[in-house]
Write a protein that binds this ligand. Sequence first.
Ligand code: BES
Ligand code: MN
Ligand code: ZN
Length: 505
Amino acid sequence: MSDNMVEVRWMSGQASLESEGRIKVSVITKQALKDGNVAEWLKPMVDTLERNHLFEGRLNQTYVMPLPEGASAEAVILVGGGERPLTSEDLRLSAAAAAKAAIRIQAEQVLFEVPALLSAWTVEGSSKEAAHALTEGFILGAYKPIHYRRETSAYEGVRRLTFYHEGAVVDQEAEGWKEGIASGQAFAAGTILSRDLTNLPGNLLRPEDLADTAVELAQRYGLEVEVLDESEMEERGMGGILAIGKGSVNPPRMISIKYQGRSDWDEVTGLVGKGITFDTGGISLKKAPGMADMISDMGGAASVLGVIEVLGRLRPEINVVAVIASAENMPSGSATKPGDLITTLSGRTIEMLNTDAEGRVVLADGMTYAREKGASRLLDIATLTGAVEVALGNVATGAVTNDETFLQGFIMASKQTGEKVWPLPSYPEYWDMLKSDVADLQNSPGRFGAAITAGLFIGTFAEGMPWIHLDIAGTAYLPKERGVDPKGGTGVMVRTITQWLITEK
Ligand code: BES
Ligand code: MN
Ligand code: ZN
């Protein structure tokens, strides 16, 4: 994986700032401009910029100002803070904008001036949350995907970020800053792991490679990990994942990691991720245009691993079993065909009408396996349907559930992280659409309501346990950068799932 994390630290008072960075960042809100509440040394320049509509403190706005020789810094990046009161998302976006400006001018070390009053300007009023949002936003905004070009550039991005308050700070505030930086770093690290995995091409990330990554991650944090190969899956009766994997020379893997943060293995949340390392559609072959994007069809698995990375760093007192159902969906002489009959781990049978509706079939076994591993509530995450992108674009993740109050808790968490989640309905009529003439379920109930029926197919295997399904087909892999997200893999939902797990415990 790429080692492109920014090192973040915090200072207050008049510490030796010289060594901390020759580029300063200053967040200026619209209100501060109106009130003239801007540092003395910046005021004349900022006034001129505002008069000439060059910088007005708008959210996401940045202005890079070189400073005269002999000044305490080489340049200052003005960042618009938007309107007060500031939300965590405002801070996150401002920090991401600052990071992008810093990268444009090839800054290596950045000093981020934090107004002493910052947390008082925020909706949450907490220095910990403000520090978390700024740290997370800056690191995510500074992210650069791995590339494979022969020529590499000497500039490697921002290496160090120092937040500093001028003057003295009370202990409690300092504690909040330290904790917020640590949790912001952990959330960003998990998200970046997920982005990097999502961006890996299909030939560099096969189910076995995904399994190796999971094993490495688990070992780094001392977690129990298990990888099932084809013969072990055969013995257990995992006919779903095997049916999808059997067309490829790169065999499927069922991967699980246990994170035990409580003394007893109870109240276990099962996180089940779709890990299709490449989706050609199989015998129901996809069209050529855009097929390369299907390297991201393991985005759900990537996000599950991202969550494990965050849990490994923060060690909350919760129990999680992560399950990743990984296969490569290929057409070949050994591939599953339309019309084939499949028996899943649960014993339920599937009439396979379309081999391109493969995600739900591997996840069927993933869900049952998570229950076998002790899960008492379930969340699955998958780049499942083109239909969810038709409905919500690449803006919001679609959610389906069998328990609306359970989903409400998740949506609350998403409001804190700024990641957008929108519920789709699950009326009985949609469940009825999954019926098959010959099997318990069919895997391709048609175009209408397809994001819902695909979700409910998976929900069948929750066997009545509280369950949430997240369809990230629109949000896991973007055609161009937006906000804190880059072009390509986004690591979507790593932050929200973690936030939800930590606050629901
Ligand atoms: N991996 C795709 C869904 C997808 C589409 C992800 C676009 C990201 C971007 C999934 O396996 C798939 O092929 N779904 C089909 C299902 C259909 C054949 C029933 C779809 O949505 O078209
Ligand atoms: Mn498919
Ligand atoms: Zn797929």
